[in-house]
Design a protein around this ligand. Structure first.
Ligand SMILES: NC(=O)c1ccc[n+]([C@@H]2O[C@H](COP(=O)([O-])OP(=O)(O)OC[C@H]3O[C@@H](n4cnc5c(N)ncnc54)[C@H](OP(=O)(O)O)[C@@H]3O)[C@@H](O)[C@H]2O)c1
Length: 284
């Protein structure tokens, strides 16, 4: 076992599948204490056992939470803080695509609740602990789909004319705007805060896109030939590479910093997004 992350505590959401699972496994192989978050007890138990076996690292635990539900996010943070005195790396990764409109326990459109508000709420509730653990890192998993995204401030809930791609690209743009605004609000250079796209990867996320798009996604994913391990590379790099501890406000693709969309750099939009997210999560 590579001991590079020995002594580090890493919280990884969506660690039961896809790029989150590949990330959790790699961090475990580097000796980290990995706390995965999942919503299904059986998948959590099986994944923890698998990662322990593959990595030879027993310090793997899963906490259960449906991250689309703000009550569950708050409970998750309470449990995490009661068990762990520090948090060195937070990886916001759990996400999904919803072909048909659904709402969360709080009545919020599901893509927004899960893909954006869970990142926002979880990070803010853990921020005191992250700051106390400096140097520390926050890694937000976004997507290349954000280039086509727009934040629909007039109707964030998308209750009229819902379209899964509109909801998904909006949420993934929000991941990047949130990352850049967080950098502005946390001037401490010892907190590395970055975002990335894993690229088109064959995971379970493409399974819920409807029959035609599902075929298309499968085709693109199979021609890209990329595995969840490939998709996890930028996450693992931002979470563990020595030099990445100094990066702030960067967007990565294939382990390279690249420019995100023009909109993502708009400070007014970022600020507005922050304020509305505070209201939607009861933080203000
Ligand atoms: N795959 C791609 O081509 C691609 C491209 C760009 C960006 N991304 C981003 O990469 C991230 C990971 O996606 P993936 O491709 O690895 O997908 P995935 O295989 O479907 O994994 C998603 C993870 O999120 C968890 N999750 C979903 N809903 C949840 C909820 N309500 N509460 C708690 N956890 C929940 C899933 O848990 P369960 O095991 O219980 O379902 C799973 O662990 C997402 O943020 C996605 O937007 C993926």
């Amino acid at each position: 076992m590579d001991e590079k992350m020995q002594g580090k505590i890493c919280l990884v959401t969506g660690a039961t599948s896809g790029v989150g699972k590949a990330t959790a496994r790699a961090l475990a192989q580097m000796g980290a204490t990995v706390v995965g978050v999942g919503r299904d007890q059986t998948r959590c138990t099986e994944t923890a056992e698998e990662i322990q076996q593959v990595s030879g690292n027993p310090k793997i635990e899963f906490l259960l939470a449906d991250l689309s539900d703000q009550v569950k996010v708050r409970q998750l943070v309470d449990v995490f803080k009661s068990r762990y005195a520090r948090l060195d790396v937070l990886i916001n990764n759990a996400g999904a695509f919803f072909l048909r409109r659904k709402v969360s326990a709080q009545g919020i459109e599901m893509t927004w609740a899960l893909n954006h508000l869970s990142y926002f709420l979880l990070t803010n509730l853990l921020l005191d602990q992250i700051l106390d653990s400096a140097p520390a890192r926050i890694v937000n998993v976004a997507s290349g789909v954000h280039y086509r995204g727009k934040i629909h401030f007039d109707e964030l809930n998308l209750s009229r004319g819902y379209n899964g791609w509109k909801a998904y690209s909006q949420s993934k743009l929000a991941n990047i705007l949130f990352t850049y605004e967080l950098v502005r609000r946390i001037p401490d250079p010892s907190i590395a805060i970055n975002t990335l796209t894993p690229g088109m990867i064959a995971t379970r996320i493409g399974q819920n896109t409807g029959p035609i798009v599902k075929q298309l996604v499968r085709l693109v994913q199979s021609t890209s030939g990329k595995t969840p391990e490939d998709g996890a590379e930028s996450i693992i790099y931002l979470a563990s590479a020595d030099e990445a501890g100094e990066f702030r406000g960067k967007f990565f693709r294939e382990v390279q910093a690249v420019r995100s969309s023009e909109t993502s750099y708009d400070e007014n939009i970022s600020r507005m997004l922050w304020e509305v997210s505070e209201r939607m999560t009861g933080l203000s």
